[in-house]
Design a protein. Structure first.
Length: 246
């Protein structure tokens, strides 16, 4: 990844930040986006002066459509993009509201679609794009009806856009993590004991009997963004510790 220029949406925490750090260590110039002022500031400190940290809300259509222009203020082209930003809200169908539906579809589906559209003019030929989905797109996971639907849409994007964009030299793949230790679980609003119970039950479903780490996913994403994966296209690669097999 030396001398490559890479954009990571949702790159100020979790999997996105871990990926940025891996790419920086290999000599890439990294741009990350986020929407929380505190994590934006923290990312600037963590990634240092060589990184570009952009305030951009994936849930805003205007921001998604304007991402290409925002990036062009800093770089002329991109060699790779990790469309990682996403949110999760969980509960039984009786508890889900139109706001839950709109929030998740806006951030997880509409956001990356129009972000990618806006970035097409500055994507190099060749270049690599990776979507972040979730293993729940493959499973019947209670309380994740809307979230799972958004991630199934992302997996579909990964297949269809791989076909559409291949003639432009854009190689597109998807990763689908299982239970990974990231800040998303702290945002679910569970009481501490309930959150621990949720995390323990999720870990128990994995064959490896633990959560994965953001670093483990970042290594997979780095592979897919690099020329090491030059003959892989249109794939959805699951990284879940064996959850889907139980």
């Amino acid at each position: 990844m030396k001398n490559k220029t890479v954009l990571i949406t949702g790159g100020t925490t979790g999997i996105g930040l871990a990926t940025a750090q891996h790419l920086q260590a290999e000599g890439a110039r990294v741009l990350v986006t986020g929407r929380n002022p505190e994590t934006l500031a923290a990312a600037r400190t963590t990634l240092g002066a060589n990184a570009v940290v952009i305030s951009s809300d994936s849930g805003s259509l205007a921001a998604a459509q304007g991402l290409g222009a925002a990036v062009q203020k800093h770089v002329a082209k991109l060699d790779a993009v990790f469309l990682n930003a996403g949110i999760g809200q969980f509960g039984p169908i009786e508890a889900m509201t139109p706001k839950h539906f709109d929030d998740m579809f806006n951030v997880n589906v509409r956001g990356p679609y129009f972000q990618l559209q806006s970035l097409l003019p500055i994507l190099a030929n060749p270049s690599s794009v990776v979507f972040n989905a979730s293993v729940v797109a493959e499973l019947g996971f209670a309380t994740a009806t809307i979230y799972a639907a958004t991630k199934a849409a992302v997996v579909s994007f990964g297949r269809t856009l791989a076909v559409e964009l291949a003639p432009r030299g854009i190689r597109l793949n998807t990763v689908s993590p299982g239970p990974i230790t990231t800040p998303i679980y702290a945002k679910l609003g569970f009481p501490a004991d309930a959150q621990k119970g949720f995390e323990d039950s999720m870990a128990a479903q994995a064959l490896l009997k633990r959560f994965g780490t953001a670093d483990e996913v970042a290594k997979l994403v780095r592979f897919l963004l690099s020329e090491d994966s030059s003959y892989i296209i249109g794939e959805n690669i699951i990284i879940d510790g064996g959850v889907r097999l139980t």
